[in-house]
Design a protein around this ligand. Structure first.
Ligand code: F6R
Length: 241
């Protein structure tokens, strides 16, 4: 596991952007795995700015997202579909036929998960961007998710519901209690994984990711079993190392 410690959030975003841009220039038809949440927003802003200034093209890219809330329609303001459209895809020249986000309102959610996994096998992810929960979740794989899990339905923990209430008028009762998420094994199929973490609230999770035992209690510890993982973390997130 490579660990890059940078000064602050701005440097974290720049470092991640540098790596992603190098890949898309070298391999315009790369498959990129995207995350939502606050952490990758700085990276996405740099991608948008660079695309507008330098016309870096994402037309041939295939894109996957890690997860989606169950029960929210695509056009809900807090769906991850809306998040990705607003923060990234609407401004880039993506081919929307090659953009995959699990449908949280699918009628048969189990079949949706299975179909997503088939797509992931068809278009293997070259570069997977990850954030991390304060409880060390990756995607929406909460502690004690089996490390061999594939895309499917997951229950959100109280911690995660509380953490995400900030997007739902600070009202935890509005946060969906389930999500459809790429599983831990699905994430580990990516050729390269880049995990971003910023702030002291992530410091313990980062310590356990790197130094803890590989255990389902710490979902991110599974990354120790992957041959090509880079952590880009700021000094606050690195403060317990
Ligand atoms: C988002 C996701 C989550 C977040 C994590 C951190 O698609 O899968 O694992 O990456 O909850 O969220 P932030 O970045 O908001 O701290």
């Amino acid at each position: 596991m490579e660990v890059i410690v940078v000064k602050n959030y701005q440097e974290l975003s720049e470092k991640a952007f540098e790596m992603l841009k190098a890949l898309i220039i070298e391999k315009p038809d790369a498959t990129i795995g995207f995350a939502t949440g606050s952490t990758p927003v700085g990276l996405y802003q740099l991608m948008v700015k660079d695309h507008l200034i330098n016309q870096t093209s994402y037309q041939k890219m295939t894109a996957f997202n890690l997860d989606e809330y169950i029960g929210l329609p695509q056009n809900h303001p807090e769906s991850y579909y809306t998040f990705m459209r607003t923060n990234l895809f609407n401004t880039l020249d993506v081919n929307f036929d090659q953009v995959y986000i699990p449908a949280g309102d699918a009628r048969d959610i189990v079949a949706e998960g299975q179909a997503y996994e088939v797509l992931l096998d068809k278009y293997p992810i070259d570069f997977q961007i990850l954030g991390i929960g304060t409880n060390a979740h990756i995607g929406f794989n909460e502690p004690n998710t089996p490390l061999d899990s594939l895309t499917g339905v997951v229950d959100l923990t109280e911690d995660t519901i509380k953490a995400n209430a900030r997007f739902f008028e600070n009202d935890p009762s509005q946060v969906p209690t389930q999500a459809i998420s790429m599983g831990i094994a699905s994430i580990l199929k990516a050729k390269k994984i880049v995990l971003l973490a910023s702030g002291a609230s992530k410091a313990e999770a980062i310590y356990n990711t790197i130094h803890g035992p590989v255990t389902a209690e710490v979902p991110s510890s599974a990354l120790q079993n992957h041959p090509n993982v880079t952590l880009i973390i700021d000094e606050a997130a690195a403060s317990k190392l």
